[in-house]
Design a protein around this ligand. Structure first.
Ligand code: URP
Ligand code: ZN
Ligand code: ZN
Length: 468
């Protein structure tokens, strides 16, 4: 029987360190060979892709999405079907979604139940992080099983006391201790709950004053909590990943900790690089309520700098859109009642390409590092994913750098009538996407199938996490 084999030729292949003219051969879902342009005879392959004029990128990985997730009386707009379609249109071939532990319940139990949905629905590969609500004995004793089952990263919150999600310092120390003893990484949402609650009393209530969301959650609330986690890490040295960092000062605090040799890592999200809190001053400001809040232009600038030189290693999306009607209904004009979170899975690549590469803030290899190779390494997907070397999964994006167009909720594929980037002019478009060698998007058309995606059981490689 003839093996299906694919030649991708004529494109510019991008890695986290270089761009090069390379032809690729795909067989049985993997990259099996690379060669200089024209070095393979087309007749030997059952299929070919002419990638002339295209960038050939390793499939993007988004390690921070909330699919199928109840929150503040609502539910996120994306499940694994709609979310994986939107992700694929954004060049993403693997997502890692959060699964929230039920209070007093098993973390794995909830992951398994979400997994059953993902198995039926997902067009692309996926993994899970647990969300830990407490560090009681049952939870701590479950963590090694979680890690062995392929879920070696889990997140806790230093806020959201109102919805019973906050962990205290003692919990964090226990979580750091167990993380230090295992091949794992603790993810932390850093905002100081006391500052937020204190401010809330002062700025609440003026109806439709969405900007008060940002005023009540100042940069200092995030900075103080990042610094505190670092202090706790000095007691129990374990890998930590600070999610959705947003502040200029936060970048300095994290860089200092890295310089001290602490195994701390961090991400920001697309919206924190290109949007400011001014969005909260608009009439539909409730749509831009996310936590931490959007910040100021000087923070955007500092984050871009940190995306070039560190300490930022990843740009994720924190895709957690909530239906517009729920934001209006549950919010009742009050910023603190609006379920937090924005959609953003699909526009991540074009926004970062346009605002990062085209403008000259980052180069193309850095874009690949921030969106594919680094998340693969940090979250235990490398070398299976995150690059286009021999042996890697053939997760491939054909990106056309030429079209100029405007982002609009009326044309995107996300399951929502809202785009945070509405009207933004962008350059470049995802033409085709392959996941493990099979088309999910072909020339702009969805051709994949729900249920094709696979759960990727991850295992952390300390090589990428340690600092000294
Ligand atoms: O506002 C946000 N970020 N919503 C999603 C939940 C979280 O904190 O990541
Ligand atoms: Zn968070
Ligand atoms: Zn999140």
């Amino acid at each position: 029987m003839e093996h299906k084999s694919l030649l991708i030729h004529g494109g510019t292949v991008v890695s986290d360190s270089s761009t090069s003219q390379v032809d690729l051969i795909v067989q049985s879902g993997r990259i099996i060979a690379q060669g200089s342009p024209g070095s393979f005879d087309k007749e030997h392959f059952t299929e070919e892709i002419d990638a002339s004029g295209m960038f050939v990128l390793p499939g993007l990985i988004d390690p921070h999405v909330h699919y199928d997730s109840p929150f503040m009386g609502s539910k996120t707009v994306h499940d694994f079907r709609t979310g994986s379609i939107a992700a694929a249109y954004g060049g993403i071939t693997t997502i890692i979604s959060f699964s929230t532990q039920g209070k007093g319940e098993s973390i794995i139990k909830n992951i398994e139940s979400q997994n059953r949905n993902a198995e039926k629905q997902s067009f692309i590969d996926w993994g899970f992080h647990g969300i830990i609500l407490d560090a009681k004995e049952d939870t701590l004793s479950e963590i090694p099983h979680l890690i062995n089952a392929g879920y070696p990263t889990y997140k806790c919150f230093t806020t959201y006391r109102h919805s019973d999600r906050m962990v205290d310092d003692a919990d964090i120390l226990s979580l750091l201790e167990i993380t230090a003893r295992n091949p794992a990484m603790l993810m932390v949402h850093c905002e100081n709950d006391a500052i937020l609650e204190h401010n809330l009393k002062r700025v609440l209530s003026t109806k439709n004053a969405w900007i008060n969301h940002a005023k009540s959650r100042p940069a200092s609330a995030e900075n103080v909590e990042i610094a505190r986690i670092i202090d706790l890490m000095r007691e129990e040295v374990a890998p930590v990943y600070i999610v959705h960092t947003t502040t200029r000062e936060g970048m300095g605090i994290i860089q200092d900790a890295i310089n001290m040799g602490l195994p701390i890592h961090c991400e920001t999200c697309t919206h924190y690089l290109v949007l400011t809190e001014d969005k909260l001053k608009e009439e539909d400001g409730y749509q831009f309520i996310c936590s931490p809040p959007l910040r100021k232009k000087e923070d955007n600038d500092a984050l871009w700098k940190a995306a070039i030189n560190g300490p930022l290693e990843v740009v994720s999306t924190d895709d957690a859109g909530v239906p517009t009607l729920d934001r209006i209904r549950l919010g009742e004009g009050k910023f603190d009642k609006v379920p937090n979170g924005m959609p953003g899975i699909e526009p991540r690549l074009v926004v970062l390409y346009s605002q990062g590469v085209v403008i000259g803030r980052i180069n193309l290899p850095r874009l690949v590092a921030l969106t594919s190779t680094n998340p693969a390494k940090l979250f235990g997907l490398y070398p299976q994913k995150g690059h286009l070397g021999i042996g890697a999964d053939a997760d491939i994006v054909l990106f056309d750098p030429n079209p100029r167009w405007r982002i609009s909720a009326s044309t995107h594929h996300m399951n929502t009538d809202f785009s945070p980037f509405e009207g933004m002019e962008v350059t470049g478009n995802v033409r085709s996407v392959l996941c493990r060698g099979e088309y999910v998007i072909r020339e702009g058309e969805l051709v994949g199938t729900p249920g094709y995606g696979q759960l990727i059981r991850r295992s952390i490689d300390d090589t990428w996490l340690k600092r000294s």
